[in-house]
Design a protein around this ligand. Structure first.
Ligand code: FE2
Length: 460
Protein backbone atom coordinates (compact mmCIF):
# COMPACT_ATOMS: atom_id res chain seq x y z
CA UNK A 1 0.00 0.00 0.00
CA UNK A 2 1.31 3.40 -0.93
CA UNK A 3 1.91 6.20 1.54
CA UNK A 4 -1.32 8.04 2.31
CA UNK A 5 -1.61 11.81 2.47
CA UNK A 6 -2.54 13.49 5.74
CA UNK A 7 -5.95 14.48 4.30
CA UNK A 8 -6.66 10.87 3.36
CA UNK A 9 -5.72 9.69 6.84
CA UNK A 10 -7.94 12.38 8.44
CA UNK A 11 -10.82 11.30 6.18
CA UNK A 12 -10.38 7.63 7.06
CA UNK A 13 -10.02 8.50 10.76
CA UNK A 14 -13.22 10.62 10.66
CA UNK A 15 -15.23 7.80 9.04
CA UNK A 16 -13.96 5.34 11.65
CA UNK A 17 -14.62 7.67 14.63
CA UNK A 18 -18.15 8.53 13.45
CA UNK A 19 -18.97 4.83 12.95
CA UNK A 20 -17.61 3.89 16.40
CA UNK A 21 -19.46 6.74 18.14
CA UNK A 22 -22.78 5.92 16.46
CA UNK A 23 -22.56 2.25 17.38
CA UNK A 24 -21.31 2.94 20.92
CA UNK A 25 -24.20 5.33 21.61
CA UNK A 26 -26.69 2.51 21.22
CA UNK A 27 -29.40 2.04 22.30
CA UNK A 28 -28.93 -1.66 22.86
CA UNK A 29 -32.06 -2.31 24.87
CA UNK A 30 -34.49 -4.53 22.98
CA UNK A 31 -31.88 -5.45 20.41
CA UNK A 32 -32.40 -9.03 19.23
CA UNK A 33 -28.83 -10.30 19.56
CA UNK A 34 -29.78 -13.65 18.08
CA UNK A 35 -30.70 -11.97 14.80
CA UNK A 36 -27.59 -9.82 14.97
CA UNK A 37 -25.40 -12.90 15.36
CA UNK A 38 -27.06 -14.78 12.49
CA UNK A 39 -26.93 -11.79 10.15
CA UNK A 40 -23.38 -11.01 11.24
CA UNK A 41 -22.33 -14.56 10.33
CA UNK A 42 -24.05 -14.09 6.97
CA UNK A 43 -22.03 -10.91 6.36
CA UNK A 44 -18.80 -12.71 7.29
CA UNK A 45 -19.61 -15.58 4.91
CA UNK A 46 -20.59 -13.12 2.14
CA UNK A 47 -17.39 -11.14 2.52
CA UNK A 48 -15.29 -14.31 2.62
CA UNK A 49 -16.89 -15.50 -0.62
CA UNK A 50 -16.82 -12.13 -2.41
CA UNK A 51 -16.67 -12.50 -6.17
CA UNK A 52 -13.92 -10.64 -7.94
CA UNK A 53 -15.45 -8.97 -10.97
CA UNK A 54 -12.24 -7.67 -12.50
CA UNK A 55 -8.69 -8.80 -11.82
CA UNK A 56 -7.19 -6.80 -8.97
CA UNK A 57 -10.14 -4.50 -8.79
CA UNK A 58 -13.82 -4.72 -8.11
CA UNK A 59 -15.30 -7.30 -5.84
CA UNK A 60 -18.95 -8.03 -5.19
CA UNK A 61 -20.43 -9.60 -2.10
CA UNK A 62 -23.99 -10.17 -1.00
CA UNK A 63 -23.33 -8.47 2.34
CA UNK A 64 -25.47 -5.44 1.38
CA UNK A 65 -28.52 -7.74 1.21
CA UNK A 66 -27.74 -9.00 4.73
CA UNK A 67 -27.28 -5.44 5.99
CA UNK A 68 -30.62 -4.35 4.56
CA UNK A 69 -32.33 -7.36 6.11
CA UNK A 70 -30.83 -6.26 9.43
CA UNK A 71 -32.14 -2.73 8.91
CA UNK A 72 -35.64 -4.21 8.94
CA UNK A 73 -35.07 -6.88 11.61
CA UNK A 74 -32.85 -5.11 14.17
CA UNK A 75 -32.85 -1.36 13.34
CA UNK A 76 -30.00 1.12 12.78
CA UNK A 77 -27.65 0.15 15.61
CA UNK A 78 -28.09 -3.58 15.00
CA UNK A 79 -27.52 -3.01 11.27
CA UNK A 80 -24.33 -1.08 12.02
CA UNK A 81 -23.04 -3.96 14.16
CA UNK A 82 -23.93 -6.43 11.40
CA UNK A 83 -22.15 -4.16 8.87
CA UNK A 84 -19.09 -4.04 11.13
CA UNK A 85 -18.81 -7.84 10.86
CA UNK A 86 -17.18 -7.29 7.44
CA UNK A 87 -14.00 -6.90 9.50
CA UNK A 88 -14.06 -10.65 10.15
CA UNK A 89 -14.39 -11.67 6.49
CA UNK A 90 -11.75 -14.22 5.55
CA UNK A 91 -10.53 -12.58 2.40
CA UNK A 92 -6.94 -12.25 1.32
CA UNK A 93 -5.82 -8.93 -0.06
CA UNK A 94 -7.08 -6.03 2.05
CA UNK A 95 -4.48 -4.48 4.34
CA UNK A 96 -5.31 -3.66 7.98
CA UNK A 97 -6.10 -0.06 7.02
CA UNK A 98 -8.34 -1.18 4.15
CA UNK A 99 -10.14 -3.55 6.48
CA UNK A 100 -10.64 -0.86 9.13
CA UNK A 101 -11.96 1.61 6.56
CA UNK A 102 -14.25 -0.93 4.90
CA UNK A 103 -15.63 -1.98 8.29
CA UNK A 104 -16.36 1.61 9.32
CA UNK A 105 -17.81 2.37 5.87
CA UNK A 106 -20.22 -0.56 6.00
CA UNK A 107 -21.19 0.12 9.63
CA UNK A 108 -21.86 3.80 8.89
CA UNK A 109 -23.78 3.06 5.68
CA UNK A 110 -25.94 0.45 7.43
CA UNK A 111 -26.61 2.82 10.32
CA UNK A 112 -27.68 5.63 7.96
CA UNK A 113 -29.87 3.19 6.03
CA UNK A 114 -31.51 2.16 9.33
CA UNK A 115 -32.18 5.82 10.23
CA UNK A 116 -33.69 6.41 6.77
CA UNK A 117 -35.92 3.34 7.21
CA UNK A 118 -37.28 4.71 10.50
CA UNK A 119 -37.61 8.26 9.15
CA UNK A 120 -39.74 7.00 6.26
CA UNK A 121 -42.15 5.23 8.62
CA UNK A 122 -40.62 1.72 8.69
CA UNK A 123 -41.10 -0.47 11.79
CA UNK A 124 -38.25 -2.55 13.14
CA UNK A 125 -39.02 -6.24 13.66
CA UNK A 126 -40.26 -9.29 11.78
CA UNK A 127 -42.48 -8.14 8.94
CA UNK A 128 -45.80 -9.94 8.50
CA UNK A 129 -48.53 -9.88 5.88
CA UNK A 130 -49.84 -6.60 7.27
CA UNK A 131 -46.44 -4.93 6.76
CA UNK A 132 -46.88 -5.01 2.98
CA UNK A 133 -47.03 -2.89 0.90
CA UNK A 134 -46.34 -0.10 3.45
CA UNK A 135 -42.83 -1.41 4.19
CA UNK A 136 -41.72 -1.16 0.55
CA UNK A 137 -41.23 2.64 0.44
CA UNK A 138 -39.16 2.87 3.68
CA UNK A 139 -37.15 -0.16 2.60
CA UNK A 140 -36.47 1.34 -0.84
CA UNK A 141 -35.36 4.57 0.86
CA UNK A 142 -33.04 2.59 3.16
CA UNK A 143 -31.59 0.70 0.17
CA UNK A 144 -30.93 3.97 -1.66
CA UNK A 145 -29.21 5.47 1.40
CA UNK A 146 -27.11 2.33 1.97
CA UNK A 147 -25.85 2.18 -1.62
CA UNK A 148 -25.36 5.96 -1.90
CA UNK A 149 -23.48 6.15 1.43
CA UNK A 150 -21.37 3.16 0.51
CA UNK A 151 -20.41 4.49 -2.92
CA UNK A 152 -20.04 8.05 -1.63
CA UNK A 153 -17.65 7.10 1.20
CA UNK A 154 -15.67 4.83 -1.10
CA UNK A 155 -15.48 7.51 -3.81
CA UNK A 156 -14.10 9.89 -1.22
CA UNK A 157 -11.27 7.58 -0.20
CA UNK A 158 -10.51 6.65 -3.81
CA UNK A 159 -10.26 10.29 -4.75
CA UNK A 160 -8.05 11.17 -1.79
CA UNK A 161 -5.71 8.23 -2.33
CA UNK A 162 -5.60 8.38 -6.11
CA UNK A 163 -2.21 8.08 -7.74
CA UNK A 164 -1.74 10.94 -10.25
CA UNK A 165 0.28 8.81 -12.67
CA UNK A 166 -2.01 5.81 -12.62
CA UNK A 167 -5.38 7.54 -12.64
CA UNK A 168 -7.82 6.10 -10.19
CA UNK A 169 -5.52 3.37 -8.88
CA UNK A 170 -5.42 3.75 -5.15
CA UNK A 171 -3.78 2.69 -1.99
CA UNK A 172 -7.15 1.62 -0.64
CA UNK A 173 -9.04 1.08 -3.84
CA UNK A 174 -10.45 -2.08 -5.20
CA UNK A 175 -12.06 -3.40 -2.08
CA UNK A 176 -15.68 -3.19 -1.14
CA UNK A 177 -18.27 -1.95 -3.60
CA UNK A 178 -16.92 -0.51 -6.83
CA UNK A 179 -17.64 2.80 -8.40
CA UNK A 180 -19.06 2.17 -11.81
CA UNK A 181 -22.62 3.21 -12.53
CA UNK A 182 -23.45 -0.32 -13.57
CA UNK A 183 -22.25 -1.70 -10.26
CA UNK A 184 -24.27 0.94 -8.42
CA UNK A 185 -27.43 -0.15 -10.25
CA UNK A 186 -26.62 -3.79 -9.63
CA UNK A 187 -26.15 -3.03 -5.90
CA UNK A 188 -29.58 -1.45 -5.80
CA UNK A 189 -31.04 -4.52 -7.53
CA UNK A 190 -29.39 -6.90 -5.06
CA UNK A 191 -30.55 -4.73 -2.16
CA UNK A 192 -34.10 -5.97 -2.83
CA UNK A 193 -33.00 -9.39 -1.59
CA UNK A 194 -32.63 -7.83 1.86
CA UNK A 195 -36.38 -7.32 2.07
CA UNK A 196 -36.95 -10.85 0.83
CA UNK A 197 -34.72 -12.21 3.60
CA UNK A 198 -36.52 -10.14 6.24
CA UNK A 199 -39.95 -11.20 4.96
CA UNK A 200 -39.04 -14.89 4.81
CA UNK A 201 -37.49 -14.75 8.29
CA UNK A 202 -40.94 -14.82 9.91
CA UNK A 203 -41.66 -18.12 8.09
CA UNK A 204 -38.35 -20.04 8.09
CA UNK A 205 -36.30 -18.10 10.64
CA UNK A 206 -32.52 -17.95 10.14
CA UNK A 207 -32.80 -20.24 7.09
CA UNK A 208 -34.23 -17.28 5.16
CA UNK A 209 -30.80 -16.02 4.00
CA UNK A 210 -29.91 -19.51 2.79
CA UNK A 211 -33.08 -19.77 0.73
CA UNK A 212 -32.52 -16.36 -0.81
CA UNK A 213 -28.77 -16.17 -1.21
CA UNK A 214 -27.73 -19.71 -2.16
CA UNK A 215 -29.23 -19.41 -5.68
CA UNK A 216 -27.44 -16.06 -5.98
CA UNK A 217 -24.12 -17.56 -4.89
CA UNK A 218 -24.55 -20.35 -7.43
CA UNK A 219 -25.36 -17.86 -10.22
CA UNK A 220 -22.35 -15.72 -9.30
CA UNK A 221 -20.10 -18.76 -9.17
CA UNK A 222 -21.29 -19.78 -12.63
CA UNK A 223 -20.57 -16.28 -13.96
CA UNK A 224 -17.09 -16.36 -12.41
CA UNK A 225 -16.42 -19.79 -13.95
CA UNK A 226 -17.53 -18.49 -17.34
CA UNK A 227 -15.18 -15.50 -17.01
CA UNK A 228 -12.31 -17.87 -16.16
CA UNK A 229 -13.12 -20.00 -19.19
CA UNK A 230 -13.15 -16.92 -21.45
CA UNK A 231 -9.72 -15.96 -20.12
CA UNK A 232 -8.43 -19.43 -20.92
CA UNK A 233 -9.83 -19.16 -24.48
CA UNK A 234 -8.18 -15.78 -24.98
CA UNK A 235 -4.87 -17.12 -23.70
CA UNK A 236 -5.04 -20.12 -26.05
CA UNK A 237 -5.84 -17.99 -29.09
CA UNK A 238 -3.25 -15.38 -28.11
CA UNK A 239 -0.51 -18.01 -27.76
CA UNK A 240 -1.27 -19.49 -31.19
CA UNK A 241 -1.29 -16.02 -32.79
CA UNK A 242 2.01 -15.20 -31.19
CA UNK A 243 3.50 -18.41 -32.52
CA UNK A 244 2.31 -17.65 -36.09
CA UNK A 245 3.52 -14.07 -36.07
CA UNK A 246 6.98 -14.92 -34.81
CA UNK A 247 7.40 -16.96 -38.02
CA UNK A 248 6.68 -14.01 -40.27
CA UNK A 249 8.18 -10.62 -39.41
CA UNK A 250 6.02 -8.56 -41.77
CA UNK A 251 2.69 -9.91 -40.56
CA UNK A 252 2.92 -8.79 -36.93
CA UNK A 253 -0.51 -7.70 -35.73
CA UNK A 254 -2.14 -8.98 -38.93
CA UNK A 255 -4.27 -11.58 -37.12
CA UNK A 256 -5.54 -8.98 -34.70
CA UNK A 257 -6.51 -6.56 -37.46
CA UNK A 258 -8.17 -9.25 -39.59
CA UNK A 259 -10.13 -10.15 -36.49
CA UNK A 260 -11.15 -6.50 -36.04
CA UNK A 261 -12.13 -6.10 -39.69
CA UNK A 262 -14.16 -9.33 -39.66
CA UNK A 263 -16.02 -8.20 -36.57
CA UNK A 264 -16.80 -4.86 -38.29
CA UNK A 265 -18.35 -6.73 -41.23
CA UNK A 266 -20.17 -9.18 -38.95
CA UNK A 267 -21.74 -6.34 -36.96
CA UNK A 268 -22.59 -4.44 -40.12
CA UNK A 269 -24.59 -7.37 -41.49
CA UNK A 270 -26.31 -7.89 -38.13
CA UNK A 271 -24.67 -11.18 -37.12
CA UNK A 272 -25.80 -12.25 -33.67
CA UNK A 273 -23.51 -11.93 -30.65
CA UNK A 274 -22.14 -15.48 -30.32
CA UNK A 275 -21.29 -15.63 -34.03
CA UNK A 276 -19.53 -12.26 -33.84
CA UNK A 277 -17.43 -13.68 -31.01
CA UNK A 278 -16.71 -16.82 -33.08
CA UNK A 279 -15.63 -14.76 -36.10
CA UNK A 280 -13.35 -12.74 -33.84
CA UNK A 281 -11.55 -15.97 -32.98
CA UNK A 282 -11.58 -17.01 -36.65
CA UNK A 283 -9.84 -13.75 -37.60
CA UNK A 284 -7.21 -14.27 -34.92
CA UNK A 285 -6.49 -17.81 -36.04
CA UNK A 286 -7.14 -17.69 -39.79
CA UNK A 287 -3.45 -18.19 -40.64
CA UNK A 288 -2.61 -20.57 -37.80
CA UNK A 289 -1.80 -23.15 -40.49
CA UNK A 290 1.36 -21.18 -41.27
CA UNK A 291 2.78 -23.08 -38.31
CA UNK A 292 2.72 -26.10 -40.61
CA UNK A 293 4.50 -24.31 -43.48
CA UNK A 294 8.31 -24.32 -43.40
CA UNK A 295 9.66 -20.94 -42.24
CA UNK A 296 12.09 -21.14 -45.20
CA UNK A 297 9.08 -20.99 -47.55
CA UNK A 298 7.25 -18.24 -45.64
CA UNK A 299 10.34 -16.04 -45.61
CA UNK A 300 11.54 -16.78 -49.10
CA UNK A 301 12.24 -13.78 -51.32
CA UNK A 302 11.20 -14.00 -54.92
CA UNK A 303 9.54 -16.76 -56.88
CA UNK A 304 8.38 -19.98 -55.26
CA UNK A 305 8.76 -23.48 -56.68
CA UNK A 306 5.58 -25.47 -57.35
CA UNK A 307 6.24 -27.47 -54.18
CA UNK A 308 6.68 -24.35 -52.11
CA UNK A 309 3.52 -22.81 -53.58
CA UNK A 310 1.62 -25.99 -52.73
CA UNK A 311 2.95 -25.84 -49.16
CA UNK A 312 1.56 -22.31 -48.84
CA UNK A 313 -1.76 -23.31 -50.37
CA UNK A 314 -2.04 -26.07 -47.80
CA UNK A 315 -1.94 -23.68 -44.84
CA UNK A 316 -5.75 -23.50 -44.43
CA UNK A 317 -5.87 -27.31 -44.19
CA UNK A 318 -2.92 -27.36 -41.80
CA UNK A 319 -4.73 -24.68 -39.76
CA UNK A 320 -7.80 -26.84 -39.46
CA UNK A 321 -5.64 -29.80 -38.42
CA UNK A 322 -4.01 -27.71 -35.68
CA UNK A 323 -7.13 -26.25 -34.09
CA UNK A 324 -9.78 -28.84 -35.02
CA UNK A 325 -9.92 -30.22 -31.47
CA UNK A 326 -10.39 -26.84 -29.80
CA UNK A 327 -14.07 -27.13 -28.95
CA UNK A 328 -15.00 -23.46 -28.55
CA UNK A 329 -13.98 -22.55 -32.10
CA UNK A 330 -17.06 -24.18 -33.72
CA UNK A 331 -17.95 -22.17 -36.83
CA UNK A 332 -14.55 -20.47 -36.78
CA UNK A 333 -13.06 -23.72 -38.08
CA UNK A 334 -14.91 -23.35 -41.40
CA UNK A 335 -13.57 -19.80 -41.70
CA UNK A 336 -10.00 -20.95 -41.09
CA UNK A 337 -10.31 -23.79 -43.62
CA UNK A 338 -11.83 -21.75 -46.45
CA UNK A 339 -10.53 -18.17 -46.06
CA UNK A 340 -8.70 -18.39 -49.42
CA UNK A 341 -11.63 -19.63 -51.47
CA UNK A 342 -12.88 -17.24 -54.14
CA UNK A 343 -16.44 -16.48 -55.18
CA UNK A 344 -15.57 -17.48 -58.78
CA UNK A 345 -14.32 -20.90 -57.59
CA UNK A 346 -10.66 -20.22 -58.38
CA UNK A 347 -9.47 -20.16 -54.79
CA UNK A 348 -8.00 -22.84 -52.56
CA UNK A 349 -7.84 -25.36 -50.95
CA UNK A 350 -11.10 -26.81 -52.35
CA UNK A 351 -12.13 -24.45 -55.13
CA UNK A 352 -15.57 -23.81 -53.62
CA UNK A 353 -17.65 -21.12 -55.34
CA UNK A 354 -20.34 -18.62 -54.32
CA UNK A 355 -22.44 -19.66 -51.36
CA UNK A 356 -20.70 -23.03 -51.15
CA UNK A 357 -18.05 -21.05 -49.31
CA UNK A 358 -18.94 -20.76 -45.61
CA UNK A 359 -20.08 -17.28 -44.62
CA UNK A 360 -17.25 -16.87 -42.09
CA UNK A 361 -14.68 -17.58 -44.80
CA UNK A 362 -16.22 -15.01 -47.17
CA UNK A 363 -16.10 -12.39 -44.40
CA UNK A 364 -12.52 -13.24 -43.44
CA UNK A 365 -11.36 -13.05 -47.06
CA UNK A 366 -12.39 -9.39 -47.32
CA UNK A 367 -10.81 -8.31 -44.03
CA UNK A 368 -7.69 -10.39 -44.71
CA UNK A 369 -7.03 -8.85 -48.13
CA UNK A 370 -7.79 -5.34 -46.89
CA UNK A 371 -5.33 -5.55 -44.02
CA UNK A 372 -2.70 -7.06 -46.24
CA UNK A 373 -3.00 -4.18 -48.72
CA UNK A 374 -2.96 -1.47 -46.02
CA UNK A 375 0.10 -2.93 -44.26
CA UNK A 376 3.76 -2.53 -45.14
CA UNK A 377 5.35 -5.55 -46.80
CA UNK A 378 8.96 -6.20 -47.66
CA UNK A 379 8.31 -5.60 -51.37
CA UNK A 380 6.05 -2.53 -51.06
CA UNK A 381 4.77 0.12 -48.66
CA UNK A 382 1.32 0.23 -47.11
CA UNK A 383 -1.41 1.34 -49.49
CA UNK A 384 -3.84 4.12 -48.57
CA UNK A 385 -7.26 2.96 -47.31
CA UNK A 386 -9.03 4.50 -50.35
CA UNK A 387 -6.82 2.58 -52.75
CA UNK A 388 -7.39 -0.70 -50.88
CA UNK A 389 -11.15 -0.11 -51.01
CA UNK A 390 -10.90 0.39 -54.79
CA UNK A 391 -9.07 -2.95 -55.03
CA UNK A 392 -11.73 -4.69 -52.95
CA UNK A 393 -14.42 -3.29 -55.24
CA UNK A 394 -12.42 -4.30 -58.31
CA UNK A 395 -12.32 -7.93 -57.15
CA UNK A 396 -15.85 -7.87 -55.75
CA UNK A 397 -17.89 -10.65 -57.38
CA UNK A 398 -14.83 -12.60 -58.56
CA UNK A 399 -12.64 -12.95 -55.48
CA UNK A 400 -14.86 -11.44 -52.79
CA UNK A 401 -18.51 -11.62 -51.84
CA UNK A 402 -19.95 -8.24 -52.97
CA UNK A 403 -22.31 -8.08 -49.96
CA UNK A 404 -19.38 -8.27 -47.53
CA UNK A 405 -17.27 -5.79 -49.49
CA UNK A 406 -20.19 -3.34 -49.34
CA UNK A 407 -20.68 -3.99 -45.61
CA UNK A 408 -16.99 -3.47 -44.89
CA UNK A 409 -16.85 -0.24 -46.91
CA UNK A 410 -19.91 1.05 -45.01
CA UNK A 411 -18.37 0.12 -41.63
CA UNK A 412 -15.04 1.71 -42.64
CA UNK A 413 -16.87 4.91 -43.61
CA UNK A 414 -18.36 5.10 -40.15
CA UNK A 415 -15.58 3.76 -37.93
CA UNK A 416 -12.45 4.46 -40.00
CA UNK A 417 -9.33 2.29 -40.02
CA UNK A 418 -6.03 2.75 -38.29
CA UNK A 419 -3.26 1.45 -40.56
CA UNK A 420 -0.44 -0.24 -38.66
CA UNK A 421 2.87 1.52 -38.19
CA UNK A 422 5.53 0.22 -40.60
CA UNK A 423 7.56 -2.42 -38.78
CA UNK A 424 11.17 -1.77 -37.88
CA UNK A 425 13.29 -3.28 -40.63
CA UNK A 426 14.70 -6.68 -39.72
CA UNK A 427 18.40 -7.39 -39.42
CA UNK A 428 20.10 -7.29 -42.82
CA UNK A 429 20.73 -10.66 -44.43
CA UNK A 430 23.53 -12.41 -42.58
CA UNK A 431 25.57 -15.55 -43.03
CA UNK A 432 23.83 -18.91 -43.22
CA UNK A 433 22.33 -20.02 -39.90
CA UNK A 434 24.19 -23.02 -38.58
CA UNK A 435 22.20 -26.21 -38.72
CA UNK A 436 19.48 -24.91 -41.03
CA UNK A 437 21.33 -23.95 -44.16
CA UNK A 438 18.87 -21.08 -44.63
CA UNK A 439 19.64 -17.45 -45.25
CA UNK A 440 18.00 -14.90 -42.98
CA UNK A 441 16.05 -13.13 -45.71
CA UNK A 442 13.16 -10.72 -45.94
CA UNK A 443 9.64 -12.02 -46.03
CA UNK A 444 8.24 -13.40 -49.25
CA UNK A 445 5.33 -11.83 -51.07
CA UNK A 446 2.01 -11.98 -49.31
CA UNK A 447 -0.45 -14.73 -50.16
CA UNK A 448 -3.28 -12.52 -48.86
CA UNK A 449 -2.63 -9.59 -51.20
CA UNK A 450 -5.07 -9.80 -54.15
CA UNK A 451 -3.19 -7.17 -56.13
CA UNK A 452 0.14 -8.99 -55.98
CA UNK A 453 -0.31 -12.76 -56.25
CA UNK A 454 2.56 -15.06 -55.42
CA UNK A 455 4.99 -15.73 -58.26
CA UNK A 456 5.65 -19.33 -59.06
CA UNK A 457 8.38 -20.92 -61.13
CA UNK A 458 8.56 -24.46 -62.40
CA UNK A 459 9.83 -27.15 -60.09
CA UNK A 460 13.56 -27.40 -59.93
FE1 FE2 B 1 -4.08 -17.21 -45.20
Amino acid sequence: MGKLSRVALIYIGAVVVIAVVLVARGPFTGLNWQYVVFLGILVIVSESRATQLRKGQLTWSSSSAAMLASVVLVGPVGAAIVGACTALGLRRGPSILQRVFNTAMYALSAYLAGRAFLALGGHVGLPDEGSFPAIIAPFAGAALVLVAANHGLLSGVLWLTRCPRQGPATALGGQGVGLSGRLLLSDLGYAAYGLLIAALWSVVGPFAPLLVLIPLFVARWAVAQFAEQQKAYEATVGALCQAVETKDFYTRGHSDRVSRGSVMIAREIGMRGERVEAIRYAGMLHDVGKLGVPTRVLQKTGKLTEEEYEAIQLHPVRGLDIVREIGFLDEALAGIMHHHERIDGRGYPMGLAGEEIPEFARVLAVADAFDSMTSTRSYRGARPVGEAIRELRKWSGTQFDPAFVAAFVAALGREGWQRPEPPEPPEPPGPPVLGTGELATLAAEDHDDPSSPLRVIDSL
